[in-house]
Design a protein around this ligand. Structure first.
Ligand SMILES: [Ca+2]
Ligand SMILES: [Ca+2]
Length: 459
């Protein structure tokens, strides 16, 4: 499905009749999905409803799921398994960091973003996910039998159940077999509870002792004995050779030139970045994963300082980072966690020239123009903010808009929006105006919603 700018999206359409009485669960899933902010978690765009359906618009992954991959290949080489596990574990560390327990980690819920060999793996399906608070033990029995942790079956569990499930996944990836198999669900659950499995099949003879060791540590029946994900990342089998912290020059330049965006500017950039393809932000993504020294899915200011220092900048580092710190702390890092989310990092490091792309700008304009009348008004903008859980008042939003409303009609037309985009580009670039596109885009256009309706739902 294409909506210009080569943007393809997946739409999961859920019949309202089917979820009757379970609407609160669906709402829980959406609330979780809209907060996800990590390279290895599916990107959520928005949700909308018509009389019969609720449609969830998400990133489209075309590379198939990990289960299909295993079925097709039998088993995967240890090196590849290692790369996959590293990514999955880092993504789940992030989830736990933001107090989300996935509860249904299994190969069918891991999709490859594309067919390309260096395609990214993405965790999907947050239907069973729940905001976890370590102090409140989870008790409901959910998930897929083969991947359930023993404590989930016996009741009273915590986020550690995700570690067990990843252990099962790792076992399966290395051997092509399930650690806990049986002819009935009861038989499988019984084996899990006693933690009975063996490295017996022929395929294990090819597997390193270190890999088996890690599987054993992840499949400890007692969650208290089980390895933590942070520990797993430094287990000899997963530990990466330490690499020099070297960021691409363009990323370093952006960090050095970073200028605090205003709230509306930041939101516009956030949306634009979501519309960019994985390839377009590949460098930034890799930089983020490299700079995130604690591997929690967040980048600290110290991490950024280290990256700049490693590049041996010529001008006084302190001066630069102190301004940067203030700018970042006051604007980008809106939740004041003292660390940047993935999207914050992208905003800070993006080469802003990439925003000067008429198709991308148009797509973003359409996104904000929720009622698709060709203008962004305060109500449109308020709705956009609501999708990210921001409850700014209509008054606040009007104030934000007025700054770009050059003809004072309380509406932002496409030309005015173009000026806003230009303002994101740090250096003044005379003559690059969106006015030149005016003739082709002034007509009120179909919103993202109606554009994607009627296409095959799929994910
Ligand atoms: Ca509008
Ligand atoms: Ca106006």
């Amino acid at each position: 499905m294409l909506i210009g700018h080569n943007l393809s999206v997946a739409i999961k359409s859920i019949s309202k009749d089917k979820v009757k009485g379970r609407l609160s669960l669906l709402k829980r899933e959406l609330d979780i999905m809209r907060t996800l902010d990590h390279p290895n978690l599916i990107k959520y765009y928005e949700a909308y409803e018509d009389e019969r359906y609720i449609h969830i618009v998400m990133e489209l992954c075309t590379g198939g799921d990990l289960l299909e991959t295993i079925m097709a290949m039998g088993s995967i080489g240890e090196r590849e398994v290692c790369a996959i596990m590293r990514k999955l574990i880092r993504a789940v560390v992030y989830l736990h960091e933001v107090n989300i327990t996935h509860r249904d980690l299994k190969p069918d819920n891991f999709l490859f973003s594309s067919q390309s060999p260096n395609s990214e793996i993405k965790i999907i399906d947050f239907g069973e996910s729940i905001k976890s608070n370590l102090l409140v033990p989870l008790t409901s029995f959910v998930g897929t039998p083969s991947y359930l942790a023993p404590e989930v079956i016996t009741g009273n569990y915590s986020p550690q159940c995700d570690i067990w499930s990843l252990g099962v996944v790792m076992f399966l990836l290395l051997s092509g077999e399930q650690p806990f198999d049986g002819s009935s669900k009861q038989e499988i659950l019984k084996k899990i509870v006693i933690g009975k499995y063996a490295f017996s099949s022929d395929s294990w003879s090819q597997v390193s002792d270190q890999a088996k060791d890690l599987v054993r540590l992840m499949l400890k029946p007692s969650p208290y004995d089980r390895i933590s994900l942070q520990e797993a990342l430094v287990h000899p089998w997963l530990l990466e050779e330490s690499q020099a912290l070297q960021l691409p020059l363009s990323v370093l330049h952006s960090i050095r030139r970073f200028k605090a965006p205003k709230k509306l500017q930041k939101e516009v950039m956030r949306v634009m970045l979501k519309f960019m393809s994985t390839e377009e932000i590949e460098d930034l993504k890799r930089s983020f994963l490299m700079v995130d020294s604690a591997k929690t899915g967040f980048v600290s200011i110290a991490d950024l300082e280290n990256a700049l220092a490693a590049a041996g900048l010529e001008f006084p580092l302190r001066a630069v980072t102190s301004t940067f710190y203030i700018d970042i702390a006051k604007s980008v890092d809106s939740e004041s966690r003292g660390k940047l989310k993935y999207s914050d990092f992208l905003i800070a490091t993006l080469d802003k020239k990439k925003l000067i792309d008429s198709e991308l700008v148009f797509l973003t304009f359409q996104y904000f123009d929720k009622d698709s009348d060709g203008y962004i008004n305060a109500r449109d903008l308020k709705r956009s903010f609501e999708t990210i859980g921001d409850s700014s008042s209509l008054e606040d939003v009007e104030k934000m808009l007025s700054e770009w409303d050059l003809d004072n009609n309380r509406l932002i037309d496409f030309q005015e929006f173009g000026r806003l985009i230009e303002s994101l580009h740090v250096r003044k670039s005379a003559g690059r105006s969106f006015a030149r596109n005016e003739t082709t885009v002034t007509a009120a256009t179909a919103p993202l919603d109606t554009d994607v309706q009627g296409t095959e739902a799929g994910k």
